[in-house]
Design a protein around this ligand. Sequence first.
Ligand SMILES: Nc1ncnc2c1ncn2[C@@H]1O[C@H](COP(=O)(O)OP(=O)(O)OP(=O)(O)O)[C@@H](O)[C@H]1O
Length: 782
Amino acid sequence: MSAKSKRPGTAGSQTPNECVQVVVRCRPMSNRERTEGSPEVVTVYPNRGVVELQNLVDVNKEQRKVFTYDAAYDALASQTTLYHEVVFPLVSSVLEGFNGCIFAYGQTGTGKTFTMEGVRGNDDLMGIIPRTFEQIWLHINRTENFQFLVDVSYLEIYMEELRDLLKPNSKHLEVRERGSGVYVPNLHAINCKSVDDMIDVMKVGNKNRTVGFTNMNEHSSRSHAIFMIKIEMCDTETNTIKVGKLNLIDLAGSERQSKTGASAERLKEASKINLALSSLGNVISALAENSPHVPYRDSKLTRLLQDSLGGNSKTIMIANIGPSNYNYNETLTTLRYAQRAKNIQNQPIKNEDPQDAKLKEYQEEIERLKRLIAPQQQQRTEKLAAAAKKRVKKPKREAVKRESTDSATQEQLQAAEDEGESEQEVSEPESDKENEAEVAKSSEQLERERVENAKLAAKLAELESQLVRGGKNLLDTYSERQIELEKKLVEIAERKKREIEIQQQLELQEETTLEIRERNVSLEQEVELKKRKLSKCYAKYLALQQELNDCKHDHNQDLRELEMAQNELVKELKRQLLIIDNFVPIEVKQRLYTQAKYDEEQEEWKFAPLPMNADGKFSSKRPVSHPQRRRPISEYALQQAKSNDPSALRFKSENIVSYELDMPCRTTQEYRSPKVSASLQAVLAQAMHTGDDIDIVDTQTNSLRSRLENIINGNASSSSTTASADVSPTSATTTSKLVKSTRSGLPSAGSAVDSNRRPPTGRVQPKKPASAYPKARGLVNK
Ligand SMILES: Nc1ncnc2c1ncn2[C@@H]1O[C@H](COP(=O)(O)OP(=O)(O)OP(=O)(O)O)[C@@H](O)[C@H]1O
């Protein structure tokens, strides 16, 4: 939506464009900052609306950065001063029918909640929200000939979800847009009739708000909280209605994970908080640069602030900062955003005679009820009188009858007739019965009407009680002197505001005067001045370049954080896809993919409704059970079972439940270790004892081996009888005993068969038999 576009169908009169008012508040040094000895780097000049930030971090950079705002408050500024100088005029505008918004922005632990809510139970430290209640009710009690209807709502945005703080279990809330601005349907609104009522609502909401501990703040707000006040006012003389809406917003603080020590849940919260705040920053930048596209839809927060930033509301941004060097970067970012926000222009609109005013509805309903109740009451009294008359007639007629039997006088009958009785009624006994029945019926009807009437009267009383008549209890709540005091405070605030403006103009003028003077001096001086000017310009250029670099750095950091958040989301997505792929049946998955549609308006996935049958019932495309099957099986499953697709394995086993398991024939308990021959055991024991290589004396193996060697030697050469004598079965045992330790470094008898060490004889060497025992286990072949 364009920043300058006017909403269609907005009721009310428009005032000239107005910039967002930006105020900076610096909190005192915290105990932790003091004990850690972190130096103060922020200097506030309240009379000029200037904040100076000193750079101690990087000596190569510009040492001081100066920012100018509509107002600036240091650690000494009281809650009362801030309220009277900044907030009071805005709330007055709301009471004239404008939309207003005050939001506190800044790093975590810089005093946003302190500014908005203050310290409970301490009148001096009371924050903006409770002070607003007092101003509203003071105005109501002062204003005669006006009817008021005051409703409040309280919601929070936690992890990008809207939550009703006055009805925590209520269903999912959404932001909607209509002619008069953004709104949240189904948000619970409580009617208030006094300051105490509003404070009670605030307390209830605060109890439900999400707060947590971080290293930077013991009671850190983990959500953006919005307190909404709607005041409808009706001038009883002219019968015109005005509606003022005020949004009081305590944003969650931006934070760096390294400083807050956030982990797990806190980290998730922080990433959502930072994401929403970064989209708020983008909206501010887009509006400040008059960009054709403003990304309001990037987060719930920016959607809710759509009217307050570039919309039809009067807006105050309170940028909270800390004074310590430890938070230099965060303070710089906040000051930069605040400066950019100064350029945002709004088009405040007075909401006069809006179509959706509740007060109008109430007034019409009250009139209707009154119209209903009045004739009913009249009818009732008439009926009551008639019934009473009938009851009186009966005894009279009986008396007349009795007397007529005793030679009744015509005068008595005449007297009865005079009272309106007809001749017929007196003479006919059936008409008495009819009368009785009629009386009973009418008294029954009367009773019904009485109950209905009582209901209507109660409803009327309830509606009337919600409307507050202005101009009452003024002296009860505020004395004349207090009112005067208040007026004076507002006057002082106005004067101070003007002073700041004048001061800022003066500074500008001084610069221009300097320039004019510069023009009038001699050439030499002009050169000198030009030089100075040049160096000034150069310094400015350097500062701007530095600023640009800082911005780039910040941008990169934001980008990195966004990337991290994106990675988290991608990971989550992969996990969910994995779950879908492995645990959701294919046909359900296919149905999910084909039927699910994303609703842009409601920002959620929805299923397309099932098509209707001719008889008006939902036609189910559920697969029908296949005939002649023992249990219901879908056509799809049947096809899959027939197919050769390896992924359709799970459809193949129809009665998998009845399969019996193949039990193992032998269990681990039944394991028996192999038998080791006594001679081998002895050799092993000896080897363990001496640490030598193993020499196995096994006659059976040796005889086998020697036979093998004989064959090999015989094949190789029949000439060497000495060699064959060396490997004869008789000498085998003796030779095998001569195996030497390889660790001794001496050639062993066994090594005589090793082709590598044998002196060249010029004949073909016999092949070495395969090793019977691997060396790695300490066993050697003989
Ligand atoms: N102007 C001030 N004067 C005195 N104390 C202050 C001031 N501003 C903040 N503080 C103190 O600083 C601490 C942190 O303030 P607060 O909880 O309001 O921060 P915050 O910005 O709301 O933090 P978060 O974003 O984590 O919720 C509180 O103990 C508060 O009392």
